[in-house]
Design a protein around this ligand. Structure first.
Ligand code: SPD
Length: 387
């Protein structure tokens, strides 16, 4: 009984603090009413969790397994670009508890107070993560790893339907650098017949275009964006699709070449095989390198279900769940304990887990200032409109 009285006293103090009232606590706690229902625990949360993640990123059945084990109902929505997620977070009241920004956007989101620090005591499986990857994230994006937990990493590259590309190029050999296929007019003018797709996102296309013309992929200088879009303007008429659904675009035959993400390109390749297509799809390793990204789970500043969010993050960090993500979604995991559980054929796929010598030429992630992102969006939209 005494415990109950002290507990209810603590709860009223919290409620009063929440209301901003300045009342003196009673000298003696009031006697509880015999028929009053037992109070709920302080951290009781509605058994709901709202997650906003990239499409095609969660293994089938994983959310259902979490729901069954935890009794928490998950509402799982997907987005296609970092820009779409960012706009929701900036507007506020997104309704989402967990979001999965790319680290390029996570940095300004942390700095802008849009994400809350994690309570690491609620995520014991953080110890499964790869220490060097976490050190990189801490150095570049999230000091002391306070906010972000990697979902997966991968790279932005070129994916092709080898069969259709060979046919469209005719006697012309494949270029040494796969970026030529999407940026060089002598190739794009031939490939437009079978379809060229670009990601529909300024922060995906401008960095790879900058890298292609020998500039810093993470330049914050609008003059560099002008140089990039001048180059892009020469191939604009050959680009058929702007979208982020490369799995459907390439496996479904709408495009034979696409700027897209390594794992999704591998999913497209697997899908073509499942569909018994004669065409072979390949995620390329361009000779001048590809753009590495980290996608990271974070809890929004106004999350209504932070305890449930921590529980899901810990669940996802189980070695077997991290390995399932790699095995089924074709992205490398940053979960060191999960790596031994990755299927040999996925671990051996050099376009998923790239080899050290290729890794050395990849472009590491960084971020842009808010002003730079705005200038980039303007430059990209003008390019899209063909201006
Ligand atoms: N199907 C999941 C795709 C995840 C892609 N994230 C890309 C972030 C790159 N900037």
């Amino acid at each position: 009984m005494m415990k109950k009285i002290l507990w209810s006293f603590a709860l009223s103090a919290i409620v009063l603090a929440g209301c901003g009232k300045k009342e003196e606590p009673p000298a003696v706690a009031p006697a509880p009413v015999a028929s009053a229902p037992a109070p709920a625990p302080v951290n009781a949360e509605e058994k709901v969790l709202n997650i906003y993640n990239w499409a095609d990123y969660v293994p089938e059945g994983m959310i259902a397994a979490f729901e069954k084990e935890s009794g928490i109902k998950v509402n799982y929505d997907t987005f296609e670009t970092n820009e779409a997620l960012h706009a929701k977070l900036v507007a506020g009241n997104s309704g989402y508890d967990i979001v999965v920004p790319g680290s390029v956007f996570a940095k300004p989101q942390i700095e802008g107070g849009l994400l809350q620090p994690l309570d690491k005591s609620k995520i014991p499986n953080l110890s499964n993560l790869d220490a060097p990857i976490m050190a990189t994230l801490a150095a570049k994006t999230d000091p002391d790893n306070k906010h972000l937990v990697p979902w997966a990493w991968g790279f932005t590259t070129v994916g092709i339907n080898k069969t259709k590309v060979a046919k469209a190029l005719g006697k012309m050999p494949m270029p040494e650098n796969a970026w030529d296929l999407v940026f060089k007019p002598e190739y794009t003018s031939k490939l437009k017949s079978c379809g060229i797709a670009y990601l529909d996102s300024p922060t995906e296309i401008i960095p790879v275009a900058l890298h292609y013309i020998g500039k810093d992929a993470y330049s914050n200088d609008p003059a560099d964006y002008k140089l990039a879009t001048d180059m892009l303007a020469k191939v604009r008429k050959d680009v058929r699709i702007f979208s982020s659904t490369m799995i459907d675009d390439v496996a479904g035959g709408k495009a034979c070449v696409a700027i897209g993400w390594s794992g999704d390109m591998n999913i497209a390749a697997a899908r073509a095989k499942e569909n018994k297509s004669k065409d072979e799809i390949e995620s390329m390793l361009p000779s001048t390198g590809a753009l590495i990204f980290f996608d990271t789970m974070a809890i929004t500043k106004d999350a209504k279900h932070p305890n449930n969010a921590h529980a899901f993050i810990d669940f996802y960090l189980r070695a077997e769940n991290a390995a399932r993500m790699s095995n089924e979604m074709n992205y490398p995991t940053a979960n060191k304990a999960g790596v031994p559980l990755v299927k040999p054929e996925i671990a051996a796929n050099k376009t998923i887990f790239v080899e050290a010598d290729y890794f050395a030429k990849m472009i590491p992630p960084s971020s842009f200032s808010n002003e730079a992102r705005e200038a980039m969006a303007n430059a990209y939209n003008s390019f899209k409109k063909g201006k």
